[in-house]
Design a protein around this ligand. Sequence first.
Ligand code: ADP
Length: 163
Amino acid sequence: MMKTAIYPGSFDPVTYGHLDIIKRSAKFVDRLIVAAFINPNKKHMFTIEERMDMLKETTKTIPNVEVDAFDGLLYEYAKKRKGYFLIRGLRAFSDFDYEFQRAMMIKEIDSRLETLFLMTDMKYSYISSTGVRELAHFAGQIDRMVPPYVAKKINLKIHSVKK
Ligand code: ADP
């Protein structure tokens, strides 16, 4: 049976931290679906189309990665896509509490769903999309946190907003 995993997140925008998790997890499944979450309650910097475009552009060299979007409940989306492995990245102790609860809850709802955690690579452990957005807003250096394609989109977005 084909092994499909789902890596859900906001990816607002995708960072080198996310890309590291994507590259590493794509190696142990047949297909990795990177699923950007459409959350109407959250104010995003980028639209779902823009977030997907950046994900597609930065993962295009990994053949078994598919980029998609989902709204509503993650476990229903996972069932629909037959992706019984959920991938999450762990950066710090602070991620653990939230991720632990979330994984337990999902397991309780559907015991077929397994959440797999990958530890961040040390060199990316400090990177978060929130940090990148804040830094970019104040014209800080983001080159070591996001690929050039993403940095360009961020700069365009910030300038169009400020105009
Ligand atoms: P963020 O917290 O950066 O806004 P997302 O909601 O898009 O990120 O997170 C999606 C997943 O990616 C989560 O499991 C999160 O822990 C993981 N992740 C985010 N940044 C990193 C990083 N630098 N290293 C490893 N995992 C990460």
